[in-house]
Write a protein that binds this ligand. Sequence first.
Ligand code: MN
Length: 231
Amino acid sequence: MAYIFEPETTKSVSITGEIAQYPIRRIFCVGRNYVAHAVEMGGEVDREAPWYFTKAPHAATEAGGMIPYAPGTQNLHYEMELVVALGAPIFQGDFTQAAQAVYGYGCGLDMTRRDLQQVGKDNRRPWDLGKDIEDGAILAPFTPATVFGDIKDQRIQLIQNGVIQQDATLADMVWSVPEVISHLSHYYHLGPGDIIMTGTPAGVGPVQPGDTLQGHIDGLAPLAITIGSVE
Ligand code: MN
């Protein structure tokens, strides 16, 4: 295949215990999946069905170093989340098929231009500028589901400059991982390379250049970054 320019290399994430990387195809994100976070955002959880936004695969970046502050915002926020990585195709699947489609899990940050997200909300416009941020889907190494085991009440935490800002358990999620995958699979032919950021607990807040962020979920590789300047 000849291209008029060299295609960009596929973004990928490390896997604990593996040399091979997990290549990213699509990034889906669940909105308002923890009751306390929905409240702090001035909303409420939609009990009818989960809902989503997306980030371009280009937004994916591996944690572990300096992440530039996003351009065009005065209010860049962290959102610590469980990331689900799919490893098998699923289309219009039930909960059992959804659980079987999971490859593994990871810690992730759904970085958000909160000011521009609010402009979108206020004007009933899409959230792209608020959410689809270059280097704004920050991913720690994935852990295979066979190693992690079942999602129960594992603790999920975000620590900013040594201070715990988000502290919840995965049992606090409104929509379970199989529910989300099954529901989403009625709109997309999901498959390997698709990852889902499953929503953030309460306690989101702004970052500044120089901040250190650490994300923890029991049983998963931790996430650590430092916020840099706008580049
Ligand atoms: Mn989020």
